[in-house]
Design a protein around this ligand. Structure first.
Ligand code: G6P
Length: 372
């Protein structure tokens, strides 16, 4: 009913709007008065957490994209090697697992069969399994050693939105907690990142407050045949998520590429007026990547692409090469996915609506897939 949708026409629109709250709620109670993390629910003792020598993240769909972002953050902060694998591929390759492997299973529903089977396989090999889930008491958390719940609230729209952002938050918390316990970062450094994380709900809100031009852009592209997405570093999984949303909702051909791969093949796809969405990394920190992606944008534009560029506020360098510029609030590189994903969700949603589709119930898809 309209009341359930809180005045929105679709649950998806409501759930996109709820994201600042979902991010804040997932942080709530997990940061103490001294700015340190308290993740008692992880249940593994500090000694056990210190023994971990490898992390493998397993997930499907949007949750897999959260895992891809997590790899960058976890390896950077903890120096523990971290792999990310599609749950459906994981056990069939006979992965190398033992007691010192931490397997992190990310699943909104906690019921995805592919992910559940990966969890069972990992536990049979005596690995420790930490679930990141949104549904209390669901199967995956029940079968895992520990669970860190995301507090996004119920998500009804089939395409994951607010649960993706909260999965990112949960992954950041796990990474920072491991760094805190294992001492791979200075306490001040960790506290600074936690403070930046605490600022993210306001930044997500700001993206939503200034989203109207993205809607107009989406409507203007309703007849496009395909859209490409480019990113690098954590912007690459953001690009993958943008493309997935467009496939799921608008039934359009959408592909994401790591921008560095462009020259190894995908650039052949560029033709006149093809919309290409580019996620630009922040200039501070990873400035090398910023410059490289800038030349990618120039290359595709020279070949006629319609460039849609997502970059942080204050970055004027891309303006000359962007047909459409979408500014998001500045954030540290590793946290940028929390703001950069939001315009892509809105873009896909609005484009699907312009094409006359029901964004809450896309064809052929289920909210949770309980068969392998
Ligand atoms: C289905 C949904 C996707 C979701 C995936 C994983 O395919 O349509 O939106 O990302 O399952 O779901 P999970 O509940 O495990 O996160």
């Amino acid at each position: 009913s309209a009341a359930e949708k809180g005045g929105y026409d679709y649950f998806m629109l409501k759930e996109i709007a709820e994201q600042p709250r979902a991010v804040a709620d997932t942080l709530l109670g997990r940061i103490d008065a001294n700015g340190r993390l308290t993740l008692d629910e992880i249940r593994l003792s500090d000694d056990e957490l210190r023994e971990i020598d490898k992390i493998i993240i397993v997930a499907c769909g949007t949750a897999y994209h959260a895992g891809l972002v997590a790899k960058y953050a976890i390896e950077h902060w903890t120096r523990i090697p971290c792999e990310v694998e599609l749950a459906s591929e994981f056990r069939y390759r006979d992965p190398i697992l033992d007691r010192d492997t931490l397997v992190i299973a990310i699943s909104q529903s906690g019921e995805t069969m592919d992910t559940l089977m990966a969890v069972r396989h990992a536990r049979e090999q005596r690995s420790r399994v930490l679930a990141i889930c949104n549904v209390n008491g669901s199967t995956i958390p029940r079968e895992s050693d520990a669970v860190l719940y995301t507090h996004a609230g119920p998500e009804v729209g089939v395409a994951a939105t607010k649960t993706f952002l909260t999965q990112l938050v949960a992954c950041y918390l796990v990474g920072l907690y491991l760094a805190q316990v294992r001492g791979t970062m200075f306490g001040d450094e960790i506290r600074a990142i936690i403070a930046q994380l605490a600022d993210m709900p306001d930044k997500v809100e700001k993206v939503l407050d200034t989203i109207e031009p993205v809607r107009e852009l989406a409507r203007s592209l309703a007849d496009a045949k395909a859209v490409l997405f480019l990113g690098r570093h954590v912007g690459y999984p953001v690009a993958l998520e943008g493309a997935l949303k467009l496939k799921e909702l608008a039934y359009m051909h959408a592909e994401a590429f790591a921008a560095g791969e462009l020259k190894h093949g995908p650039i052949a796809l560029i033709e006149q007026d093809l919309p290409v969405v580019v996620v630009v990394p922040p200039r501070r920190g990873r400035s090398v990547l910023h410059d490289k992606i800038l030349s990618n944008i120039q290359e595709i534009r020279a070949r006629g692409a319609k460039t849609i560029v997502i970059t942080e506020e204050g970055d004027e360098t891309v303006a000359p090469y962007a047909d459409t510029l979408i500014y998001v609030p500045a954030a540290p590189t590793l946290l940028q996915p929390l703001v950069a994903t939001v315009p892509l969700q809105v873009f896909a949603c609005e484009l699907a609506l312009a094409r006359g589709h029901d964004v809450d119930r896309p064809r052929n898809l289920a909210k949770s897939v309980t068969v392998e």
